[in-house]
Design a protein around this ligand. Structure first.
Ligand code: GLY
Length: 607
């Protein structure tokens, strides 16, 4: 159910939007060129992809019901943080494969009142009982699936702490008001979309293993069956189908407890006890003490500049911000605009930049509380000068010949993203996750809370790839109290000191390159945010050594890349970008068409 801005645009607002959008996209051009481009590029009869445009604020998320929950807060006089927190809780209900209470994430906030930028880190944390070799057998071999689909895969969840802290420190509405739409969606139910029905089906074998998960997300095949869902034979139950109403009473109850008691209602008391008991077996992977000690960290966003635009993103324990800026620093030296969007030359340069960045990721990145991450070096322009020598503009360099660089001398598919802007100038860019689709697949009995499998984001053994094919070493080894390395890349772009665009994406290892291309599409290739989110994407991550592309690049382009030495594989789509943009008093929103459930929902200013 996408909103279409055309219905709300008068002729004059179209003209204004065209002018403002043009100013937005052609910032690097001379005014004369910009004016000429305006006539052809932003005439809405010529644009294939269109953002939603409103005048009072904008929310973009992967589920239109959650976007609407956020817009409801803006309409009630709340700010972008109120709206974002409402979206975060609502997604835990309507996007159970990634939205969550039982996972963790990162939220970038631009606070208009204090003109400050903060990065809230509510990443999951390894429990006190975790240990470096916990996923290896006695012969040192990785135990298949232990870090992804067992109680040992669950990190201490951070989402409830993060969302409530964001609201307390930067919001303006009471928690009960912000969480109310989520409670309503859980207790009254919502219609399962074809996309969600398909995801349930794909993940059935993971979900059906856990009795409480069967009770939450399965139905009787024959409605006259009387067995309790968590005890029925598997042959008697099925997943929800498109159009059926999914009611989550236990989750509604947990949300109500959080609404009444705040984060404490999740991290202590009956909810915490139920989570701990659900994971208990021969031993206790997660304890009440682990939950009670969870703490959100307030960090300083990592900052860079790309062709005059200020980039703000997430610092470690995410690798996203650092490597996004590192790749942009490398790409800045090439005339990408001249090479063109989707050209073999542009794809080659992005792939080679990614190859270098992901090699550094594997070596240098981890939780900054445990390892010294050479952040300033990795994002410095001088380090990019040194690295750029390793890029042959005409030929790929095999990953076997690429090792992590030394930035120290320069020291000075299932996650989801949502973005919000309000009329006061506040901005939120938030990516949070359960890690894989539906996380560990374990619902904590009696809570409706699906638990993450974020422990797989640690390097379970040096050199052994995780579920995203990423390798790591000591810097990202498991340790109690440590946060696993992430690729989540929430971004705020600032122009002339003012927030311009907030964006981000799910996609595991592919998040960083997805966000990179989104930024390059807008800044170098003059795309509006809807087009930038829609065109085909590529990805390279050093190892395995091939360029992964979505369908949509021409066979000629792929042949050219192969002639440069690349192996190119056409594979399923990557990422689901959610972007909001402010230009003057207009708010644009775009949800990636790769998930048709997503939608930008905006509000108009009362005039
Ligand atoms: N779980 C995916 C990430 O954090 O990068």
């Amino acid at each position: 159910m996408k909103q279409h801005h055309l219905s709300i645009r008068s002729k004059s607002s179209v003209a204004l939007a065209i002018t403002l959008l043009l100013q937005t996209s052609c910032w690097a051009q001379t005014p004369a060129t910009a004016t000429n481009t305006a006539v052809t590029r932003y005439d809405n009869t010529l644009e294939i992809f269109q953002p939603v445009i409103r005048t009072g604020g904008m929310v973009a998320s992967e589920q239109h019901l959650a976007s609407s929950a956020g817009a409801e807060m803006l309409r009630a006089g709340g700010n972008a943080v109120d709206a974002a927190v409402a979206v975060g809780f609502a997604l835990a209900v309507v996007l159970p494969n990634a939205g969550n209470l039982g996972g963790g994430g990162f939220m970038l906030i631009h606070d208009a009142k204090t003109k400050s930028n903060v990065a809230l880190d509510f990443r999951e944390i390894a429990p006190a009982n975790a240990s470096r070799d916990m996923y290896l057998d006695t012969s040192g071999k990785v135990i298949e699936g232990k870090s992804t689909r067992t109680p040992y895969s669950v990190g201490i969840p951070g989402s409830v702490a993060g969302l409530t802290q964001a609201l307390a420190e930067h919001g303006s509405l009471p928690l009960a008001q912000v969480i109310a739409p989520a409670i309503k969606l859980a207790s009254e139910g919502f219609a399962v979309s074809p996309v969600l029905a398909e995801l349930f089906l794909i993940q059935r074998t993971h979900l059906e293993r856990w009795p409480a998960t069967r009770a939450a997300f399965f139905k009787h095949i024959d409605s006259s069956q009387t067995c309790a869902l968590d005890q029925c034979p598997l042959s008697a139950i099925r997943t929800y189908q498109a159009g059926e109403k999914l009611v989550q009473k236990d989750l509604a109850q947990t949300l109500t407890i959080i609404s009444n008691q705040g984060a404490q209602g999740f991290y202590t008391g009956t909810v915490a006890e139920k989570i701990v008991n659900s994971l208990k077996g021969a031993d206790q992977p997660l304890t009440l003490a682990d939950l009670a000690q969870y703490k959100t960290e307030v960090r300083k966003p990592v900052e860079g500049q790309y062709r005059g635009v200020q980039i703000l993103s997430m610092p470690p324990p995410s690798s996203g911000g650092i490597h996004l800026i590192q790749m942009l620093n490398l790409l800045e030296r090439y005339p990408l605009k001249q090479y063109g969007s989707g050209s073999a030359q542009s794809i080659h340069l992005m792939a080679e930049s990614a190859r270098l960045a992901y090699a550094d990721r594997a070596e240098h990145l981890g939780d900054p509380a445990f390892v010294k991450v050479p952040q300033a070096g990795l994002i410095s322009k001088k380090y990019a000068d040194e690295l750029s020598v390793k890029i042959n503009p005409q030929r790929m360099t095999p990953s076997a010949q690429v090792k992590a660089g030394n930035p120290v001398p320069y020291e000075s598919d299932q996650t989801t993203h949502f973005s919000v802007m309000d009329a006061q100038g506040n901005v939120v860019s938030c990516t949070y996750t359960l890690n894989l689709s539906f996380g560990s697949g374990i619902v904590a009995a009696g809570t409706g809370v699906l638990l993450n499998n974020e422990m797989d984001d640690f390097s379970v053994k040096p050199g052994v790839p995780n579920a995203f094919g990423l390798v790591g070493g000591d810097a990202n080894a498991v340790a109690p109290g440590k946060r696993p390395l992430s690729s989540m890349t929430p971004v705020i772009l600032m122009r002339d000191g003012k927030p311009w665009i907030a964006t981000g994406s799910p996609g595991g290892a592919r998040i960083i390159t997805t966000v990179l291309q989104n930024i390059v599409n807008v800044i170098d290739f003059d795309m509006n945010i809807a087009e930038a989110a829609s065109v085909p994407r590529m990805h390279h991550q050093w190892t395995p050594d091939f360029i992964r592309v979505e369908r949509g690049y021409s066979p000629d382009t792929i042949k050219l890349l192969e002639s440069m030495g690349h192996t190119v594989k056409v594979m399923p789509t990557m990422g689901r970008i959610q972007t909001v943009q402010r230009t003057g008093n207009l708010f644009m929103g775009a949800s990636d068409p790769r998930n048709p459930d997503g939608a930008p929902v905006g509000i108009d200013q009362n005039k």
